[in-house]
Design a binder for this molecule. Structure first.
Ligand code: ZN
Length: 334
């Protein structure tokens, strides 16, 4: 239980409970060759105005995903305390060491922050970041929004998502938040591997948790950044933290009905994408061909759709390794 754990080594440089707008850091001591008494300095902004709900925003949980950091550094600069009823906590680059070097996982300990919860106060740098959020920031939040994209190796149709949950009241609040976010697509999402996820940590605490996949390829597009910027303000309006109704935009609901959504490559090679993102697919249709690259007389392997729907995600780089997620199909919901 939390009481038996040592305190987090992370210290905020701002008072998280002060009124008004504050910019600072979550400072994590990190002694190393080039800085004996050095620190990891994770930027944080807290905007607080009186009583009301608390929203906790994160981007850069994976360090090579950019819509979240772009929208949240912008939100931190532009949001004013007088606009807010309640509290907004903004951490644009959650796994800051990974974000600094544009990699999915941390260059310090190879930690995948989104597989590191609940974390450890006496663990690796990544585990210490997870532990601070688990015990110090998540408990403060009513609404938790973690903005992801595909990173360097995946590309997605832009969607906001929540998970099917055992607590149906909690699930409904999350899907109402997804609707308010108003991304072009809204997903009932399943995960390949939920152990250690920030999502799961927040949901198990009873929080309203929503996430996104807004694009990918290790960059951000004008259109997907616009979705993120509108979405974060819409979420704040939906929560009553900002005044006014969320800006409406058309959304297509999608479902991931089973693990058959995911299609993995069973060979190394050169990937030939046969279907573009968002296009309709029929069960049995060839989604991609994997060309062997060692010689010219070997046949390509075909990856065939296990269900009908649309192509919601695909492998982004031109070369693929055995076991890579090559394609994800989602089903249109009326
Ligand atoms: Zn991610």
């Amino acid at each position: 239980m939390p009481d038996q754990l040592p305190p987090s080594p992370i210290s905020p440089t701002i008072d998280l409970d002060a009124e008004g707008k504050q910019h600072g850091f979550l400072r994590l001591p990190y002694s190393r060759d080039d800085s004996a008494w050095g620190s990891v300095m994770i930027p944080i902004c807290v905007v607080r105005n009186g009583k009301g709900p608390t929203a906790l925003f994160t981007g850069g949980n994976h360090g090579d995903e950019y819509e979240g950091p772009v929208a949240l550094f912008d939100l931190a600069r532009t949001l004013e305390a007088k606009e807010v009823s309640g509290t907004v906590i903004i951490v644009p680059a959650f796994n800051y060491p990974a974000f600094r070097v544009a990699t999915r996982t941390s260059p310090i300990d190879k930690g995948n922050l989104n597989r590191s919860f609940p974390g450890k106060p006496d663990g690796t740098v990544t585990q210490k970041i997870a532990d601070f959020f688990q015990r110090n920031l998540l408990p403060r939040a009513d609404l938790v929004i973690d903005i992801h994209s595909g990173g360097k190796t995946l590309d997605f149709v832009p969607f906001c998502a929540a998970h099917v949950l055992p607590d149906k009241a909690q699930e409904k609040k999350a899907f109402d938040g997804v609707a308010a976010f108003a991304a072009p697509y809204s997903m009932r999402m399943i995960e390949i591997d939920t152990v250690g996820m920030y999502d799961t940590a927040a949901e198990e605490m009873g929080k309203v948790f929503i996430t996104t996949e807004l694009g990918g390829g290790g960059t951000a597009r004008a259109s997907t950044v616009a979705v993120a910027k509108r979405g974060v303000r819409n979420a704040l309006k939906h929560a009553g933290i900002l005044s006014g109704a969320p800006d409406k935009a058309p959304t297509q609901w999608l479902d991931m009905p089973s693990g058959d959504c995911f299609h993995f490559s069973e060979a190394d090679g050169l990937i030939e994408t046969m279907v573009d993102l968002g296009a309709p697919v029929q069960a049995g249709q060839v989604l991609a061909r994997i060309h062997p690259t060692s010689r010219t007389d070997l046949p390509a392997q075909e990856i065939k759709a296990k269900m009908s729907g649309i192509l919601a995600a695909r492998h982004f780089p031109g070369l693929v390794q055995m076991g890579d997620c090559a394609a994800v199909i989602a089903v249109l919901v009326d």
